[in-house]
Design a protein. Sequence first.
Length: 250
Amino acid sequence: MTRKQIIAGNWKMHKTHSEARSLALEVVADAGGGSAKEMVLCPPFTALQTVAEAVSGSAVALGAQNVHWEDEGAYTGEVSVPMLAALGCRYVIVGHSERRQYFGETDATLAKKLKAVAKRGMIPILCIGETKEQREKDETEAVVKTQLDGALGNWQAGDPGALVIAYEPIWAIGTGLTATPEQAQEVHGKIRAHLEGAFGEGFSSGIRVLYGGSVKPDNAADLLGCPDIDGALVGGASLKAESFLGIFRA
Ligand code: PGA
């Protein structure tokens, strides 16, 4: 099955709304219409509206970096799925390692978020990945399987396009240390095999599994050329149009 690759920019806590507008316009101007890849921009909440306007009419999709699982209520500081849907978000990053590490997100709350996002027809990008210590202790496979099982316990297999997984080894995020294509492909293959066991071959062969962790224009082509790598979730290199477009074109 051919899977359309996704190149998603996770801007994290960077860019005011006006800085975000400039970057989004620069990216959209050069993204080209007929690419074989799909581009997604995930600005902070405060810039979603301006980036939505900047990408409107283009093939570039909008994504958010987090969401709450309830539609509304007394949850000070939180943002809901209907709020994101109203702005035209197509994707939501769920369970980024920084959310797990600094904000105590657990597989159980991620499962609720995934369900809420899918219910509205939006596509969650579920992030998983091991720490340096876990890799050194040879626990990578067990860690990613536990994360998948924990967050996807209630997931209804169906359209494989309704879910995206991002494998992001924590030791590679923002460190300049990238997994080699061989290391990444090995884990991606195991993720796909595990999803086949859980949801069947049709689902596992159709789902996109992105790689994230210090993806740059000069390492993107080798990573994206691996058979089980279906795109990239890009942090640092997504903050400049030139480097992000370099990855998009790789
Ligand atoms: P990085 O971040 O590209 O800066 O390593 C990736 C991510 O955290 O999604």
